[in-house]
Structures are given as C-alpha cells and as structure tokens.
Design a protein around this ligand. Structure first.
Ligand SMILES: [Zn+2]
Length: 126
C-alpha cells in the first residue's frame, strides 16, 4: 500500500468519525501527499534521463566537428554536435557529398567534412 493510499484511508476514517475540521485538514494533507508523489515520480524520470545522457556522453568522441560513438572498436556517426550540445539529442548526420565526405544535419542543417581528417584516424566508418 502506498503513502497516498494510507493517507486516503486515514482521511476516510476521520470522515467517518465526524470531525469536520480534522477531515478538512486530512483532505489538504492528502492533496499535498499526492503532489509530493507526483513530484517524486517526475524527479525519478528526470534522474533516469540524466543517467542515460551520461552513459551516452561517456561514449561520445568529438572529431571532425561532430560526435562519434565508439562501438566494438569502431566508430559510428557522425552525430550533430550542435543538436547534442544545445538540445541534448543525438541526430545522425546525412552524407551529402561522398567526394568531400561532407555530412549535413537533417535537424539544423549543420555541415561537417570528414575527408580532411580521415587519413589521421582511419578507424571511422561512414
Ligand atoms: Zn543538428
């Protein structure tokens, strides 16, 4: 049984006892407990999201003005640095020119080029 259920049960008992002042206070308390339970659930959800973001952030590598995720010794990407840094979302960039290895973010239109750096770090896959 939850704290909200317990509070409701006590309020019901007070109502049956006929003490209107105490019952009014119990109704107020019940509402406060309800709001606190909602706030706790909201904080738990935000906490889980922050944990997920931290896990992702630990795997991100910034190269070629974009983010890459290391997976099994290889790198996936690129992901838009602007979208991640500003809005905390990972947006896979689209290849728009194979010759220059240029990528464009479908969300914010940021463009990055990989070719200039490719010889330095050949681990990256398109
Ligand atoms: Zn973007």
């Amino acid at each position: 049984m939850s704290i909200l259920d317990d509070t409701k049960n006590v309020a019901h008992l007070v109502q049956e006892a006929g003490d209107k002042d105490l019952y009014g206070k119990m109704v107020d308390l019940e509402m406060e407990v309800f709001e606190l339970v909602q706030e706790i659930e909201k904080i738990k959800k935000e906490n889980a999201e922050l944990h997920d973001q931290l896990k992702i952030k630990e795997k991100l590598k910034f190269e070629f003005n974009s983010y890459w995720i290391e997976k099994n010794g290889r790198f996936e990407g690129p992901f838009c640095s602007k979208c991640y840094d500003v809005n905390h979302i990972l947006v896979r960039m689209h290849l728009i020119d194979r010759a220059t290895e240029s990528f464009k973010c479908p969300n914010c239109a940021t463009i990055c080029r990989r070719k200039d750096f490719y010889q330095k770090v050949p681990l990256y896959d398109l």
